[in-house]
Design a protein. Sequence first.
Length: 259
Amino acid sequence: MIVYKTPEEIEIMREAAQIVSRTLGLIAEHIEVGVTPLALDKIAEDYIRSQDAIPGFLGLYDFPNTLCISVNAQVVHGIPDDRPLESGDIISVDCGSIYKGYYGDHAYTFEVGEVAQEIKDLLRVTRECLDLGITETKVGNRIGDIGYAIQQHAEKHGYGVVRDLVGHGLGTTMHEEPQVPNYGSRGRGKKIQNGLTIAIEPMINLGTERVVQMDDQWTIVTADGLVSAHYEHDVAVVNGKPEVLSTFKYVEEALSKKL
Ligand code: MG
Ligand code: MG
């Protein structure tokens, strides 16, 4: 069952999402060659707690950390470790918060040092996929329209669209109905209605769409070892149109200062 949210609930969810947005902005300031994922995780946990919120992933399904940090061929659900980041790496940082009982859940893939042009292109197209999916999130459309837009754009560039993991409804729990696949058919799936709140999160691979789970029972990696990108926004449908509750503004401000 889809739980549609009231305008008051959407305002709380906006704050939950913005706490994550500011956290990602802080992470953006600290990402550089030599930094460890575990150090970033600590920064995120401390910041979220300072905002009267709690880390949304820590302990969820027994996940051990505040951030999921997925490096290079890792797609999602990477566990932060103490391996220093190297120039040429990309890292997907996925972060959750709980604020007044509601979840924020949003992600950005960062470049570390000098990244190959082929990988920069993957990052750009994956962000475009996210924007295209958001545009489709409106009354009159169905959930399948979101995935269709994402899939078409990614596959046009020859990339693999991960099938085994999907976006999702978001609210007082991290994963609610409906599932929001990054692939699909026009006009298929549940109708989009006002009050729908979902996390849209294309996971796009440079090579094959196929993924496997590592022995840690968490980390998802590409089957061919090529890199993967992941961006995620929280979106509410208000007055028939998509309203993005999260923002990359803080990340972009931090990255522009580093140039
Ligand atoms: Mg996420
Ligand atoms: Mg999510």
